[in-house]
Design a protein around this ligand. Structure first.
Ligand code: SF4
Ligand code: SF4
Length: 445
């Protein structure tokens, strides 16, 4: 990655920054996909309940198989009504539908974890079902397991939250200080890290203040005030701005002695060590021009967007676009029947005017998309490659142009005067290259 990282100044639209998170009423049902549904390389967990079973909050209902999936736990108490195929955001999965008994009864066998060494600690994090809550949904234990091979001297805690609309990390920092502290203590104890750096954008002065106060007596913790530019929270950008380090091609972050953890992931992980309750709920931001009362909400995983909208007073206009995530990286959902995933940090519902898209026109070779890419990639090459019919040739170009490095930040689409859907094309290209690689690996070629 080049060192003068390009970033964009975007409107923030963070009107919910002052809205404390409120818990929604118990929903009538939840739908819990057993696959993370937001990653090209995710695998599915295996259901361990059957239709008709009674389940309680925190009970394991699907067991993960590998680093590409996580344990799924019942987020409400009630009856398993179906184990069925589901599709949302362009991805498919098996999902477990639970009908609520209205009681939110807690599963009785949830002991407080008491790890004594790194391996036990990682196993506990694994059982907590915590995944990266900044969007990637990669299991947190798998990320932390890098400490088994490398000394992780520095932990970067990502509180940048640079995407327009989203304020759920911001609220979590203000409202869950004890858990932030517990999370840092756990990583200090089991990873042996000496340095903790919070990266928070300057547009959250109260969160910066709160973190500084929380760790005022701890010289191992620094709170870094970052400029409010996009994509400040992206791994490569945060790493460079916080430490001056750059991950080279093929290099892992951990080999530099660094890991990056999203602040809400840190909080969820810590919560398990305090309460024994695995990941069954989260804070989400609900905003957008079609939403009557934008809010931050505490919701059970698997609740429908429809229930969330109701908790926000309904819609004031017909929805034009429903996004899981912010305006830049959010994934479009087909309808209000989509269900919240572990990594859903926001639901943004735009009215039809804001959602209207300008028809793309041919590329004028202005080079803006290349100039703005924080990773120095060439999105026009991906665009052209996807039009190549010969799949082998297409795969060759995409590999050469390092499409898998693309973090789908959307900066290239944002600046394109021809309104080419470059980020969406990059997503399709990454999907293509991953399937191509899988097929050729399985085929033994
Ligand atoms: S979406 Fe990918 S190619 Fe486009 S600017 Fe972001 S990292 Fe670069
Ligand atoms: S920004 Fe758009 S028009 Fe300019 S080179 Fe990139 S794809 Fe072409």
């Amino acid at each position: 990655m080049r060192k003068n990282i390009s970033t964009l100044k975007l409107p923030h639209y963070k009107s919910t920054a002052g809205c404390a998170a409120v818990r929604i009423p118990v929903p009538k049902e939840v739908l819990l996909p057993v696959s993370p549904m937001n990653s090209h390389s995710a695998t599915a967990a295996e259901p361990v309940v059957q239709v008709g079973d009674h389940v309680r909050v925190g009970q394991l209902i699907a067991k993960e198989k590998d680093r590409g999936s996580s344990d799924i736990h019942a987020s409400i108490s009630g009856t398993v009504k179906a184990i069925e195929p589901c599709a949302q955001g362009g991805r498919k999965s098996i999902a477990i539908r639970i009908e609520s008994d209205g009681k939110m009864e807690k599963y009785p066998d949830l002991p407080i974890p008491q790890p004594t060494n790194l391996d036990e600690f990682l196993e506990c994090v694994r059982l907590s079902g915590t995944v990266g809550l900044g969007g990637a949904a990669y299991p947190v234990w798998a990320k932390l397991s890098a400490a088994q091979k490398n000394h992780i001297g520095t932990v970067l805690i990502n509180g940048a939250e640079c995407e327009p609309f989203i304020t759920s990390d911001h609220r979590a920092m203000l409202e869950c200080g004890d858990l932030v502290k517990k999370g840092v203590e756990l990583l200090k104890q089991f990873l042996g890290s000496e340095e903790f750096i919070f990266g928070i954008e300057k547009n959250k002065p109260d969160a910066i203040e709160a973190m500084k106060k929380l760790f005022a007596d701890d010289p191992a913790v620094k709170v870094l005030e970052l400029s409010s530019v996009y994509p400040q929270g992206a791994k490569q950008v945060l790493l460079y701005n916080a430490t001056g380090k750059v991950v080279k091609k093929g290099e892992r972050l951990a080999s530099l002695g660094v890991i990056i953890i999203n602040v809400s992931s840190l909080i969820k992980m810590a919560e398990y060590f305090v309460t024994g309750m695995p990941m069954v709920e989260r804070i989400i931001t609900v905003d957008g021009s079609a939403v009557k009362e934008p809010k931050n909400l505490i919701v059970p995983i698997g609740v429908s967007v429809r229930d969330i909208v109701e908790a926000c007073g309904g819609l004031k206009e017909e929805p034009g676009k429903i996004l899981f995530g912010g305006a830049m990286m959010g994934k479009t959902q087909e309808s209000l029947d989509a269900h919240i995933l572990k990594a859903t940090n926001a639901v943004v519902i735009m009215n039809q005017k804001d959602a209207a898209q300008t028809e793309p026109s041919p590329c004028i070779h202005c080079g803006r998309c290349v100039a703005v890419c924080p990773l120095g990639l060439n999105p026009t090459a991906f665009d052209r490659a996807m039009q190549v019919e010969d799949e082998e040739k297409r795969a060759e170009i995409l590999t050469k142009e390092q499409v898998k490095v693309c973090m789908e930040c959307g900066c290239c689409s944002y600046v394109c005067p021809s309104h080419r859907p470059l980020a969406a094309n990059n997503n399709a290209a990454i999907g293509f290259i991953r399937s191509w690689e899988r097929a050729h690996k399985e085929g033994g070629k």
